[in-house]
Write a protein of this length. Structure first.
Length: 256
């Protein structure tokens, strides 16, 4: 079962649990896996946020699309000594994001709402039932417009507030970059790869991408896409990677 892929780079932080399926894959196929984000998130300072002239207390509801947004929203409010009223409502993209709110507030179902599918359309349907609220949407400096487009179509009253920025997590000169496969989860990761290695040539390096926008960024950059998720057959990156390695190990076994 000797694979050509001996060393794999996952462009995400290392899982906190040793039970991650990535470790199972590494053991099963005799691979070395490194976890190294190509991008990192930095908070805006209170001064930078104030330049947007947004007053958090002017809004009766907050929309959260990620746990990162929750962290930066509450940290900024704390830094600026903004006391969030108990009447504030929270609308989250998924249940997991909603549950994460417990880190900062007492979880009360009457003021926390979330979509069932994780799709923007689902969340906007719920928001539409509370159309009298005035919404604040914390975002990164680089963000998708899908949700905003749907909110505009529903004529929801909202404002976006940039609360954090996505920057390249630069590699140091003495850091080794000797991988047989790279896995990306955002277009920013692809941009960071090319920023860190402007003379990057793919050759035999395999590239996997999660999400259509990440895949598009890779193709637009002239890279060859070897593994893609989600698909009907592989809803997660783990599943897509497992399928790819299984196929390659089978071909190697058959001497192809």
């Amino acid at each position: 079962m000797a694979l050509s892929i001996k060393k794999l780079l996952i462009s995400q932080p290392k899982p906190t649990s040793e039970k991650s399926p990535y470790f199972d894959i590494a053991e099963k196929y005799g691979m070395e896996i490194d976890f190294r984000p190509f991008i990192k998130v930095e908070p805006l300072t209170a001064k930078e946020f104030r330049q947007q002239r947004i007053s958090v207390l002017d809004y009766s509801a907050v929309i959260f699309t990620a746990r990162t947004a929750i962290d930066h929203f509450f940290h900024l409010c704390e830094e600026m000594r903004i006391l969030i009223p108990e009447t504030m409502k929270y609308f989250c993209m998924t249940e997991a994001i909603a549950v994460y709110l417990q880190k900062y507030i007492i979880y009360r179902k009457r003021k926390i709402f979330y979509g069932q599918t994780g799709k923007p359309e689902d969340l906007v349907t719920i928001i539409g039932k509370h159309s009298k609220e005035k919404y604040l949407l914390p975002v990164s400096d680089v963000h998708k417009d899908d949700l905003m487009h749907l909110l505009d179509m529903k004529k929801i009253q909202y404002a976006t507030a940039v609360m954090y920025r996505t920057v390249s997590n630069d590699f140091s000169k003495d850091e080794k970059f000797d991988y047989d496969m790279l896995i990306f989860f955002s277009p920013s990761g692809i941009s960071s790869l090319l920023k860190n290695f402007p003379d990057f040539t793919q050759d035999n390096i395999k590239i996997g991408c999660f999400g259509s926008s990440t895949a598009k960024a890779a193709i637009d950059a002239g890279l060859r896409l070897d593994v893609e998720a989600p698909t009907p057959e592989a809803p997660s990156m783990i599943a897509a990677l497992e399928q790819y390695l299984k196929k390659e190990s089978g071909e190697k076994k058959n001497g192809r």
